[in-house]
Design a protein around this ligand. Structure first.
Ligand code: B4P
Length: 191
């Protein structure tokens, strides 16, 4: 299984990626988690990335392509992975295809989780009360949403054109959404 998770901020893609990992056991590669870990460690990349994240903007493509390329080059991804938060624009999507083409291991599925923007913002605000992530402020969350519409939404069409996109309704409990995902994956892999 080589899967990318797509969806607006707050759609639940990170949550669903974790549930998939728990069920199927492949590594969960979250671009946001990689960046937050780098920022926490105080690396040059991490500190620079935090400036973009705190504005709700995307980190430059060359940085992300390198970071994810390195992670996907590690041995634990040989039998599959869940990629969560990457690609976030068409440049990253094409770079990912090139990389996986060279490795002879193309993507099987792109899962797009659909949630209404206001519901997604409300979820982010609930998380802010517990986790205090520096980009979970309302004005930043709204900017992330706009960046998603402008830069990431075209990636959904890109995978639809390639015939590997599945759209999942992201409302209801995390467990309900997960059951929809499992059903969709089973339907795609056939009886
Ligand atoms: P991410 O860490 O990917 O943050 P996100 O888009 O907000 O999604 P996240 O996974 O955290 O939230 P989720 O929807 O799962 O990116 C953060 C920043 O890093 C970006 O803004 C950008 O600056 C940078 N970045 C990352 N990747 C990049 C890339 N490829 N290129 C350039 N820059 C990049 O969950 C949200 C909340 O909803 C959670 O609290 C969860 O508990 C809750 N929730 C989930 N499912 C729910 C449900 N069914 N019901 C109720 N609540 C639910």
């Amino acid at each position: 299984m080589r899967i990318v998770m797509l969806g607006a901020p707050g759609s639940g893609k990170g949550t669903q990626a974790e549930l998939l990992v728990r069920e199927f056991g492949m590594p969960h590669i979250s671009s946001g988690d990689l960046l937050r870990a780098a920022a926490k460690a105080g690396t040059e990349l991490g500190l620079k990335a935090r400036e973009y994240m705190d504005r709700g903007e995307l980190i430059p493509d060359d940085v992300m392509i390198h970071l994810i390329g390195e992670r996907l080059g590690q041995d634990d991804t040989r039998n599959g992975f869940i990629l969560d938060g990457y690609p976030r624009d068409l440049v990253q999507a094409r770079a990912l295809d090139d990389l996986l083409g060279r490795l002879g291991a193309p993507l099987n599925d792109a899962l797009q989780i659909d949630v209404d923007a206001e519901q997604a913002i409300a979820r982010i605000m609930r998380r802010a009360e517990k986790e205090h992530r520096s980009d979970d402020r309302e004005e930043v969350a709204r900017n992330r949403m706009q960046v998603y519409e402008e830069q990431t939404a075209p990636v959904v069409d890109y995978y639809a054109d390639r015939g590997i996109l599945t759209r999942i309704l992201g409302t209801g409990s995390a467990e309900e959404v997960f059951q929809r995902i499992k059903g969709a994956l089973q339907a795609r892999s056939g009886p």
